[in-house]
Design a binder for this molecule. Sequence first.
Ligand SMILES: CC(C)(COP(=O)(O)OP(=O)(O)OC[C@H]1O[C@@H](n2cnc3c(N)ncnc32)[C@H](O)[C@@H]1OP(=O)(O)O)[C@@H](O)C(=O)NCCC(=O)NCCS
Length: 155
Amino acid sequence: MSVDIRPLSTAHAGELVTVQRAAYLAEARRYAAWDLPPLVETLRQVEDHIASGQPALGAFDGHRLVGSVRGNVDGDRMEVARLFVAPDQQGRGIGRRLLDAAAGATPSGVDVLWLFTGARSEENLRLYESAGFVRVGERVDGLGITLVTLERKVI
Ligand SMILES: CC(C)(COP(=O)(O)OP(=O)(O)OC[C@H]1O[C@@H](n2cnc3c(N)ncnc32)[C@H](O)[C@@H]1OP(=O)(O)O)[C@@H](O)C(=O)NCCC(=O)NCCS
């Protein structure tokens, strides 16, 4: 398998919405929460995010989009958001590569990367902790899901 990671353009937004929804369905089932933000994000919102120039990367197997990660920069911090891999491609190292690529795509001036995931999403927590993120807090979101926030320095 050869998967390339490269910046997304707005032309990819439709495929991204489709694959993102397929990937996050497992999290929706885990929490019995069908309105998770990645599942209700609209095509227009994805187009606007990509057009805004915030970091937005896709993992491509040929022409097929098999995963993605996006960043939200705020001052000297960047949220690593919407990390997903197509269900049939998971467990092959693509998610880890996307996480590394997001760190590598951090704009200058950003010192800290942060992200959150569900407290019961043990595989996700393992991935983030093995990439150097440490737990810094917990909160309950509007859907009643306990979320763990993690962060790390940009190296
Ligand atoms: C989380 C996700 C992006 C990981 O991508 P992936 O390509 O499957 O992950 P990798 O193959 O790079 O594996 C790296 C680590 O991810 C973790 N992991 C998370 N979900 C996994 C899955 N479904 N299958 C295998 N590993 C998974 C494991 O801890 C693994 O570490 P290990 O090799 O030491 O066991 C992917 O499973 C996914 O899209 N999940 C649904 C959406 C989601 O939960 N996104 C994160 C939101 S916070």
